[in-house]
Structures are given as structure tokens and as C-alpha cells.
Ligand binder design. Structure first.
Ligand SMILES: [Fe+2]
Ligand SMILES: [Fe+2]
Length: 183
């Protein structure tokens, strides 16, 4: 009995007081990822500078350049959606990036530094993959095929970056993290 009355009251609330739609959700998440990409754009040079391995540093620099293009794509998606490009604070990405900064500080000069940076960077990529996957799907549902295509291009870059980071870790970096510091 209580289950029935609870579900009927939820139904009532959603059909009267609050009329937010999938378009509103799309807009919110677009602002969220726009904020995130701009923060990531600032974080990547620090990670590239901090990385011990030249390969890892180059991977971060490559992704920084890609990220510039991703911000431009988001500008175009806002345009297609008919809204001003604008970010909205995303505590999730702030937290992930803060953890990355902690790794940079706490593991400076340590054999495990790069393994930690890869883990932090992959947390960022996974965050982006979930956001872009959702946004792409919603753009399709909202009939914005051009926006969905742009979002998919970025999604594919995030997936490729995540895979490249896994390969770098498997290559040598994680093994190096097992070593004792020689100094
Ligand atoms: Fe990105
Ligand atoms: Fe990314």
C-alpha cells in the first residue's frame, strides 16, 4: 500500500510543478562538460611538464591540442542548440583534477609518479567518455544530428586517449612504479 501512494505522488509532482525536459538536461550537461574541458585544458600542460617519461609528456601535449579542438566543437554544439556557450561549475571534474594535482605533489621524483599520472588522466578520460556518450545519445533523440556527430568525434578522441594511456602504462611505466627509488 505505501508503495502505491508514494509512486502516485511522484507522478503528480513531475507532471505539474516541474516541466524540465530532455532539452534542459542536455543544456545542463553541455555546460558541465564545457566547464570541464576548459579546466582540463589548463591541467594538461601541468601534467605534461610533471611527467617523468617523454612519451607520457608527449601524450599529454597531444591531448592538450585535441582538447582545444574539443572546446571549439562544443562552441558549435551550443550554436546548433541555439544557446550561448557557457560553462557551469562541475564538482566532479574539480575533484578528479585535484586528485591529479595531489599525485604531482606527493609523488614528485618518485618511481611511481607516472603510473599515478596515468591513473589520474584515465579518471578524467572516463569522466569525459560518460558525459559525451550521454550527450551524443540525447542529441540524437533531440533530432540534432550534426551536434551528435560533433559529440561523437570528441567521444572517439577520448576513447583513443584512454586506450593510449593504458598502453603507455602497460609498456613500461607501471613496471617502473614497482621499482625501489635508487637515490
Ligand atoms: Fe576532452
Ligand atoms: Fe580527454
Amino acid at each position: 500500500m505505501p508503495t502505491v501512494s508514494k509512486s502516485s505522488s511522484v507522478k503528480k509532482a513531475s507532471s505539474s510543478a516541474n516541466a524540465k525536459t530532455l532539452g534542459d538536461l542536455f543544456h545542463e550537461q553541455l555546460k558541465d562538460v564545457y566547464y570541464a574541458e576548459k579546466k582540463i585544458l589548463k591541467a594538461l600542460p601541468k601534467m605534461a611538464k610533471g611527467a617523468e617519461s617523454e612519451e607520457l609528456s608527449a601524450a599529454f601535449e597531444k591531448h592538450r591540442q585535441e582538447t582545444e579542438g574539443q572546446v571549439e566543437r562544443l562552441d558549435r554544439v551550443f550554436e546548433i542548440f541555439g544557446k550561448r556557450a557557457q560553462g557551469k561549475t562541475c564538482p566532479a571534474i574539480d575533484g578528479i583534477l585535484e586528485e591529479g594535482e595531489e599525485v604531482l605533489e606527493d609523488f614528485k621524483g618518485a618511481p611511481a609518479l607516472d603510473a599515478g599520472l596515468i591513473a589520474s588522466a584515465q579518471a578524467v578520460e572516463h569522466y569525459e567518455i560518460t558525459r559525451y556518450g550521454t550527450l551524443k545519445r540525447w542529441a540524437e533523440m533531440l533530432g540534432m544530428d550534426d551536434a551528435a556527430e560533433l559529440l561523437d568525434q570528441t567521444l572517439q578522441e577520448e576513447i583513443a586517449t584512454d586506450e593510449a594511456l593504458s598502453e603507455l602504462g602497460d609498456g613500461r611505466i607501471n613496471e617502473r612504479a614497482l621499482e625501489e627509488a635508487s637515490a
